[in-house]
Design a protein around this ligand. Structure first.
Ligand code: TYM
Length: 330
C-alpha cells in the first residue's frame, strides 16, 4: 500500500448512467489515479434498495464496470470491484446501524424524496446512508468524489466516524467530499430546477452516456429554456444556466468565455453547440464501452482481482472495529 491519500467512490447499477452521473462523478475518477490511491465500487447492494429485475441488475452491474474502464480507470492503478463481493461492507453497516439515529435517517432528503408517497417503504431504503458510510469508512478514505446530491450522505458518514472514534478511540478517517469545479449538479433538460436523473419518467429530461448522437441532438433541441431571449448565467434562467454548465464542463471553456462568445446569439445555436460538445466528450467513451463490454472474461478478471484487493483492506479495518467493540476474535 502506498502513502498516497485514499479516494473512494461508487455508482449504483440501477439504470443507464446519465450525463449527470458522468459530469458529476464518473469522468473525474480516472484523473485522480495519478495522485491518489483510488478505489471505485459498483454499489449493487445500494441498487436493491429499490426493486430490481435480477437479469437487468446483472447487466447493469457489468455495464458500470465497463464504463469505469471506458473512461480510463486502470485496474492496475485503482481497485475496481463489486460491492456484494466484499461482505465486510454489510458487516460494518450493521455495527454502524447500532449507533445511527432513526430521526437522522428519516430526515435525509434522498430518503424523503425516494420514499415519497409510496405506501410500502422498506428498511433498506432508510438504511441506505449507513451502508454508504460503511463503504467509505471501511477503506480509511480521505476523499470522496461525488455530485452535490451526496453532500448530506458524506456529512452523515463523518458524523458516524466521529461517533465511533469518540466512543471506541480513533479508528476511522473523517472523509471529505471532493466536488467538481463545474457540473456538480446537472439539471433536467425538461425541468431545469430538478436534478437530471435516470429515474425521470420523461426520457427527454436526461441524456444517457450511451445515447446515440442523433438522440443527444434531439434531446438538446427540445431542452426547455425561457422567453427572455438572452444568454445569461443566473437563477432566473435555469434552463440556460444548465446548458452553459454542461457546455463548460464538456468543452473546458469558462462560463465567462461562453457568455462573451454567445452574446446576442439565439438559444437554437447554443443548444446545437452544447449537443456537439457533449457528443465530442462522450462519443469516444461510448465506443470504448462497446469494445470492453463484449469481453466478459476480461471483466470477470478485473472484478475478481478487485474484490480480493478490496477485501484484504476492508478486513483489516473491520477486525479493528470488532475488537474495539468487544467481540471475541475468531
Ligand atoms: P448514484 O449512482 O445515484 O450516482 C452516481 C454519482 O453520480 C452523481 N450524480 C450527479 N452529479 C451531477 N449531476 C447530476 N444530475 C447527478 N446525478 C447523479 C452522484 O452524486 C454520484 O456521485 N449514494 C451514491 C452511491 C454510493 C457511493 C458510495 C458514492 C454508494 N456508496 C460511497 C460514494 C462513496 C449514489 O447515489 O450514486
Amino acid at each position: 500500500m502506498s502513502d498516497k491519500k485514499i479516494v473512494y467512490s461508487g455508482i449504483q447499477p440501477s439504470g443507464n448512467l446519465t450525463l449527470g452521473n458522468y459530469i458529476g462523478a464518473l469522468r473525474n475518477f480516472p484523473k485522480l489515479q495519478e495522485d491518489y490511491d483510488c478505489i471505485y465500487c459498483i454499489v449493487d447492494m445500494h441498487a436493491i434498495t429499490v426493486p430490481q429485475e435480477p437479469k437487468v441488475l446483472r447487466a447493469h452491474t457489468l455495464d458500470i464496470l465497463a464504463l469505469y474502464l471506458a473512461v480510463g480507470i486502470d485496474p492496475e492503478k485503482s481497485i475496481l470491484y463489486i460491492q456484494s463481493h466484499v461482505p465486510q461492507h454489510v458487516e460494518l453497516m450493521w455495527l454502524l446501524n447500532t449507533m445511527t439515529g432513526l430521526g437522522q435517517l428519516q430526515r435525509m432528503t434522498q430518503f424523503k424524496a425516494k420514499a415519497g408517497d409510496n405506501k410500502e417503504v422498506y428498511a433498506g431504503l432508510l438504511n441506505y446512508p449507513v451502508l454508504m458510510a460503511a463503504d467509505i469508512l471501511l477503506y480509511g478514505s480521505h476523499y470522496v468524489p461525488v455530485g452535490d446530491d451526496q453532500k448530506q450522505h458524506i456529512e452523515m458518514t463523518r458524523d458516524l466516524a466521529e461517533r465511533f472514534n469518540s466512543r471506541y478511540s480513533d479508528t476511522f478517517v473523517l472523509p471529505e467530499m471532493l466536488k467538481t469545479k463545474v457540473g456538480g449538479r446537472v439539471m433536467s433538460l425538461q425541468e431545469p430546477t430538478k436534478k437530471m436523473s435516470k429515474s425521470d419518467p420523461d426520457a427527454n429530461g436526461y441524456v444517457l452516456i450511451l445515447d446515440d448522437d442523433a438522440t443527444i441532438r434531439r434531446k438538446f433541441k427540445r431542452a426547455v429554456t425561457d422567453s427572455q431571449g438572452k444568454i445569461a448565467y443566473n437563477d432566473d434562467q435555469p434552463g440556460i444556466k444548465n446548458l452553459l454548465d454542461i457546455y463548460s464542463a464538456c468543452s473546458g471553456k469558462s462560463i465567462e468565455d461562453l457568455l462573451k462568445a454567445y452574446e446576442g446569439k439565439g438559444y437554437g445555436v447554443l443548444k446545437e453547440d452544447v449537443a456537439e460538445a457533449v457528443i465530442q466528450e462522450i462519443g469516444p467513451v461510448r465506443e470504448r464501452f462497446h469494445e470492453i463490454r463484449g469481453n466478459k472474461a476480461y471483466l470477470e478478471e478485473v472484478y475478481t482481482s478487485g474484490a480480493q484487493k478490496a477485501a484484504y483492506r476492508a478486513n483489516k479495518i473491520l477486525r479493528k472495529c470488532y475488537k474495539k467493540m468487544g467481540f471475541i476474535p475468531r
